[in-house]
Every structure is written in C-alpha cells, then in structure tokens.
Design a protein around this ligand. Structure first.
Ligand code: PLP
Length: 375
C-alpha cells in the first residue's frame, strides 16, 4: 500500500482501465451468469451496507431474505420450505451435504453423485470427509438409475440428482431418484443451481422439486438464470429441522446457519426486487427467449453438419465439432468466449439472456468460416 493516498479521479481511471479489459457479455457464450437486471443493480446499491451476519441490526433486510425463500419455495412446489440465501451453488451444495452427514452416524459416509456433477461436490466431499461415488450416465447423459442403486450401501448418507447439468443442461430422472430415496430412507439433494430458475418456466413439466416426496433439499441460484447480482445462491430444505442442523449460536447470542459469517444483504435485496418485478410471467418471457435462441443455434449448427451431443433440454447446446481445440482457439482470436465439455468433447454454448439473435448469427458466421479454414 502506498504511504500517501491517490486522488479519487486517478483511482477511478485505474478502475476503468481494469474494467475495460474484462469481457463484454455480448460475446460470452461460456458463462452461466448474465448481466443483472437493472432493478437488481439499483436494489443492490441501496443495501450495500447491510450485513446479515448481524441480523438484529438489519431486520428489514432479514425479512426480504425470508420473502425470497418463500418465493423460491412456491416455485419449487411447496408452501413451506426453509432455507437461506447463500453465496452460490457451491455453498448450497456443501451445506446440504453437511446436513445429510450430520443427520447420520456413519463412520465412513459416502455420497452418490452423477458422473456429471459439478466440481463443487469435490470440494464438499473434501471438506466434509465424504467418499464421493460417481454413478455412470446413460446415453443421454442422465444419471443411470441402476448404477446409483448398485453404489448404495449402508454407509450412503445422500444421493444427489442434477436438474440442469453444467455441461449439457440435462435433467436427471429425479422422480426415480426420489423413489429410491424414499424407499431406502436416504437424503436426496437436488442440484438445480442452473436449472431451478428455468425448468419451472418451460412448456414441458419436468418434476424435479419438492412435489416429489423423496426430495430433501434443493440448490437454486438467483445469480444465474435469476438475473440477480452476485453473490446470490439459494438453499432450501423441505424440513425446518434440516436447516436447523446448521444452526450455531454466535457469541452475540444470535443464531446463524450460513457457512460465511459476515454476509451482504445487497444481493438478497436485488433478488427480492427482480423476483417481485418480473413475476412468473417475466421469467417465462426470458426463458422462452433463451429457448428460442437455443433452437436457432441448433438449426444453424445442423445446417453446418454439426450435431448437438444431446437435443437441448435447457438453454445449453453442446456441439460435436471436429478439431475442437483448433476451432476454439480461432474463435477466441475473434474475441468469442466459449467453453468446451470434457466427455464427450464438444463446443458448449449457453444461451443466457444477454445473447441476442444478432450476436448469435454473427457467432455462427464466424464459426462457419473458422471450420472451413480448419478442415
Ligand atoms: C453453477 C453451478 C454450481 C456452482 O454454483 P456457484 O454459484 O458457481 O458456486 C453448482 N451446480 C451446478 C449444477 C451449477 O450449474
């Protein structure tokens, strides 16, 4: 740190320069986050001082958190789930498995996740001392139920299903997982970090939520398809006692169930604002648009003789492109931000709300050119 402070203008100049080097969302097909809704930004700014690590100072903000949880619960098929706003899917997944572990008395606990699970489960397993068992996938990259059944033993403390996989946007057969969880009396956590704010607005009714009796907890991130500000994740439990497993008393005689101590209320206010403002109709409009762009992408890809790995279920399309590494590096040279999947290798495009029909068209024009060079 400098001995003497620097003038405000100079600091701001420096910040602007740094910010200019960041990607502009217009060319980003690789992110599961998007530009926050303008109202979310306004709300965030208003609540910038708030700290829900100290809720007795901020009862107003705390009430907003409770409202957000109630709105999420009703979207996820129940009137009375309990939960809190986390920093994102990673914290939610860690905390859900922490509850499952603490509810059991197994000495060598294991958890069964699909092979497609997000890497946050690796972190969770490492922190919580869990053995992570990976169930294989079927031809459409959904978890294979027989594989799950074969991995279960007396030390299994939880099953995980994914509603909206990170790589292909696939939805696991949660209904079948729920049957197994109920009949074997095992905790079932559904990771809907990405899908939780899309699936309820699709034409097709995919059951993945609390309408299924075996589902114990759900992760859903407002900072992804919710268009809220970062950090906003959601963690919901069907049963209040499960949330209470996370409660500790602080030295100020308050209760706390979050993983973090000090935590901003700003993104909670942002989430409240955007949920209230958009309502179900507003989200449906956003989701319809993202799905329409995904269809356009699929059609254009097929016209170039490129097949998607699976027929898109959500607004993610993974394309089986030849010479993938070379194609990606050429696309990156043209300032496109894309990502790739691992198994099978494919070009992964996410149709987030910041993508326009124009940018999609111009991306595919470039892809077409790049492919013709690489061939
Ligand atoms: C994004 C994502 C996560 C992790 O969420 P963060 O907010 O990045 O911590 C977990 N699971 C799935 C399925 C995701 O898509």
């Amino acid at each position: 740190m400098d001995e003497n402070g620097v003038a405000e203008g100079e600091v701001l100049d420096f910040l602007c320069q740094a910010r200019e080097r960041d990607a502009s969302f217009d060319r980003v097909f690789s992110s599961m986050c998007t530009r926050p809704h303008p109202l979310a930004i306004k709300a965030h700014q208003k609540f910038i001082e708030t700290n829900l690590g100290d809720p007795h100072l901020f009862p107003g903000t705390k009430e907003l958190e409770d409202s957000v949880i109630a709105m999420l619960a009703s979207l996820l098929g129940t009137q009375n789930a309990s939960g809190y706003i986390t920093t994102g899917g990673t914290e939610s997944n860690i905390q859900a498995l922490r509850v499952a572990r603490n509810l059991s008395s197994e000495r060598n606990p294991n958890v069964i996740v699909p092979a497609s699970a997000h890497f946050s489960f690796e972190k969770a397993a490492s922190i919580l001392g869990l053995e992570l068992r990976k169930a294989s996938l079927d031809k459409r990259y959904r978890v294979d139920i027989t594989s799950v059944e074969n991995l279960i033993d007396e030390n299994t403390i939880a099953l995980v299903g994914i509603a909206g996989t990170t790589e292909y946007g696939q939805i696991d057969p949660i209904e079948q997982l729920s049957h197994i969880a109920s009949s074997e009396d095992i905790f079932l956590h559904v990771d809907a970090a990405f899908g939780g704010l899309i699936i309820p607005f699709l034409e097709e009714d995919h059951k993945f939520d609390f309408r299924l009796d075996g589902v114990s907890s759900i992760t859903v991130d407002p900072h992804k398809m919710g268009a809220s500000t970062i950090p906003s994740g959601g963690l919901l439990f069907r049963r209040r006692e499960h949330l209470d497993q996370l409660m500790i008393s602080t030295y100020m005689k308050e209760k706390q169930h979050s993983l973090t101590g000090t935590r901003s209320g700003a993104s909670i206010a942002a989430t409240y604002a955007v949920f209230k403002h958009l309502g179900r109709r507003g989200y449906k409009r956003i989701v319809d648009r993202c799905m329409r762009l995904t269809k356009i992408a699929e059609k254009r890809a097929r016209s170039l003789d490129i097949d998607p790995v699976i027929k898109p279920v959500l607004n993610i399309i993974a394309l089986s492109v030849q010479n993938l590494d070379e194609v990606v590096s050429k696309l990156e040279k043209r300032n496109w931000y894309v990502s790739t999947t691992i198994k099978p290798k494919a070009l992964r495009l996410i149709m987030m709300p910041h993508i326009t029909e124009e940018s999609l068209r111009s991306f595919f024009d470039d892809l077409e050119e790049v492919i013709s060079y690489v061939r």
